[in-house]
Design a protein around this ligand. Structure first.
Ligand code: GTP
Ligand code: MG
Length: 256
């Protein structure tokens, strides 16, 4: 007899919010919002703007005035991607969303991959995080110079080995979280920024026992605006990965 897999409770679509942090993304924001609308009309969007001097926050308000599914959180100071996401997660929890998506505003993260990422999360109630991955078969990066590819693939390989977590794109910023994963975070304890924030949350999700899946995406280099990532953020990430990796090994040895 053929036994068909039974849909679990998680097959319910639930309420989805795409959280998009912005700092000086006036040239990209409208296109990003439109692409999310087209790919996932059921999803709401929250823009978290850190007082962008280029008027991104005002543009977000104008877009929100004509769109009941678009919300804007204004913060006064540029305080880093991690803090902006934590503020967005707190807002999403207050509003009772079931699924929280992380997506950059700069057009690098293709909205047309979102339905497959959401379907993957829904396929199993034990999956807490789905990553839009550049570095698994079917995933790729368009318009990146060789040195950025090597840096990203090298950093990911190093993190995978150092941390013992089988994820191929742990620094990726395109993610779908089950709300319960974020509810359980000890947010007061998270001070990571930039790439570290994504790595830190992946470790916490993995250690809490949630399944993590990767869905291949085509990542495109931003076509407008400037990157806010710096060499310092990359160095911080590698230093922290080394410290985390060593302490995880010591902890494992102690519990054996
Ligand atoms: N609210 C807020 N958003 C930020 C901050 N820093 C970066 N962002 C946003 O976070 C997203 C990712 O930043 P990027 O500068 O594109 O970083 P990245 O994608 O790792 O780097 P590139 O590949 O060079 O673009 C973008 O939507 C930025 O506008 C910040 O301090 N506050
Ligand atoms: Mg970017």
């Amino acid at each position: 007899m053929l036994v068909m897999p039974q849909p679990s409770d998680s097959a319910e679509p639930g309420r989805i919010v795409v959280v998009t942090p912005t700092y000086n993304e006036i040239e990209s924001l409208a296109r990003t919002v439109a692409s999310v609308r087209a790919a996932t009309p059921e999803a709401d969007i929250l823009i978290v703007d850190d007082g962008s001097p280029d008027g991104t926050g005002e543009l977000a308000d104008r877009l929100a005035a004509g769109d009941a599914q678009l919300h804007v959180l204004h913060r006064t100071l540029k305080d880093g991607l991690g803090r902006a996401y934590l503020a967005g997660f707190a807002w999403a929890a207050e509003q009772g969303y079931d699924v929280v998506v992380e997506m950059d505003a700069d057009g690098s993260h293709p909205a047309d991959a979102l339905p497959a990422m959401l379907a993957t999360l829904r396929s199993d109630a034990g999956i807490g995080l789905v990553i839009g991955s550049r570095w698994i078969p079917g995933g790729t990066v368009v318009d990146w110079p060789l040195h950025r590819r090597l840096l990203s693939t090298g950093a990911n390989r190093y993190a995978r080995i150092a941390l013992g977590i089988p994820v191929h794109d742990i620094t990726a910023g395109y993610r779908v979280y089950r709300r319960e994963v974020l509810d359980a975070l000890d947010t007061a304890n998270i001070d990571s920024r930039g790439y570290c924030f994504q790595i830190d949350l992946t470790i916490r999700t993995f250690d809490a026992g949630w399944g993590i899946r990767e869905v291949p995406i085509t990542f495109r280099e931003r076509i407008a605006g400037v990157s806010k990532m710096s060499g310092g953020i990359v160095v911080e990430a590698m230093r922290k990965v080394t410290v985390w990796g060593i302490s995880r090994r010591l902890r494992r040895r102690r519990t054996q």
